[in-house]
Design a protein around this ligand. Structure first.
Ligand code: SF4
Length: 339
């Protein structure tokens, strides 16, 4: 394969040198005790990879254990009730991941006889499995050569190869993927892929990278040209707009009225206080909460109201069985503590 002319440095190691260097480092200094590294199966790799998207390792660990206790296999997850799936995900955020994992399990059971396929293209057909997750499954579940690119790899490659351009721009992402493919070793990709993630998480960190501990320091473009803090080039932050919303609360000492949201709503399928489309007239304010989404900030006003008798009244003790959005869960915890 021809060497891609996509980076600035002439210092870079060859793919073989690079992967050998990282594999040696991983064996000595990488992470080996993460729960999903112990006897990994294709199922546990998929679960951990989906949970780890946009979420810290320390946050994921208790959720991962709890999940496997309830759903130890694709079949168990495929047969599960969605309410329980969402309840076990409660607090991890980005609930579409839980729904996709549930759909993925059903897809794998129906289409692949409960066995994950070994090819990137077949893996990409599974709901919620994007290019990174497909690469991670091939690498960690099957030890096959497959590129994987996440935020850690983007940062490491941008610095090491001197990739300019705004991070996550199409041009930047294409360069990183091209290099990731070119540098993926034909053997022992499981260790190499783990090394990339470990380097990004522990050495080539976003702030104050540990360059003096880095096995790549003598051939790293950013280190050698003293521009570590300038790469990758960050996207200029745009201020988030604020949106307003109004929710109604009807509660007593035994429970609170909740409704399950529709599939097209924000927090789809989660249980929530009933939401009003417009500011209710002459309502008595009960409280407020705020929440930051990726694209906007929410300022919510909660007002007292009398729910129709047909609405579901959930006992306080049963709330943990319902998947609730994090700010609603916090709000209700406060209400209950003041009863
Ligand atoms: S030398 Fe520093 S900037 Fe370069 S790859 Fe290593 S930790 Fe990252």
């Amino acid at each position: 394969m021809t060497k891609p002319n996509t980076y600035q440095t002439t210092l870079a190691l060859t793919p073989t040198q690079f992967s050998e260097c990282l594999k040696t480092w991983q064996r000595e200094h990488g992470r080996h005790n993460l729960p999903w590294q112990q006897n990994p199966t294709p199922y546990t790799v998929l679960v951990s990879e989906i949970m780890l998207q946009q979420t810290q390792v320390a946050t994921v660990i208790p959720y991962y254990h709890r999940w496997l206790q309830h759903f130890p296999t694709f079949q168990a997850l495929a047969a599960a009730n969605e309410d329980l799936v969402l309840a076990l995900w409660q607090g991890l955020g980005y609930y579409s991941r839980a729904r996709n994992l549930h759909r993925a399990a059903r897809y794998v059971v129906d289409q692949f006889n409960s066995e994950l396929p070994h090819s990137i293209n077949a893996l990409r057909e599974i709901p919620g499995v994007g290019p990174y997750t497909a690469g991670a499954i091939c690498s960690f579940a099957f030890d096959l050569p497959a590129p994987l690119v996440d935020g850690n790899v983007k940062r490491l490659f941008a610095r090491y190869f001197g990739i300019t351009g705004e991070v996550n721009s199409t041009k930047f992402n294409n360069k990183v993927w091209q290099l990731a493919e070119h540098y993926t070793p034909p053997q022992d990709n499981r260790i190499y892929a783990q090394a990339l993630l470990d380097m990004g998480a522990t050495i080539c960190t976003p702030r104050q990278p540990q360059c003096t501990q880095c096995p790549l320091q003598t051939t790293c473009y950013a280190r050698q040209t003293q521009c570590v803090d300038k790469l990758p080039e960050k996207k200029k932050p745009t201020p988030l707009p604020t949106r307003f919303a109004w929710f109604g609360i009807d509660y007593n000492a035994t429970g609170v009225v909740l409704v399950q949201r529709g599939t097209d709503a924000v927090w789809p399928r989660l249980w929530c206080l009933p939401e009003f489309l417009n500011a209710p007239v002459a309502a008595i304010e009960h409280g407020q909460f705020r929440h930051v989404f990726s694209h906007y900030k929410l300022t919510a006003t909660v007002v007292q109201f009398k729910a129709p008798a047909t609405n579901t009244r959930v006992a306080w003790d049963d709330l943990p069985k319902f998947g609730l959005p994090a700010p609603i869960k916090r709000y209700l915890a406060k209400v209950r503590s003041n009863l």
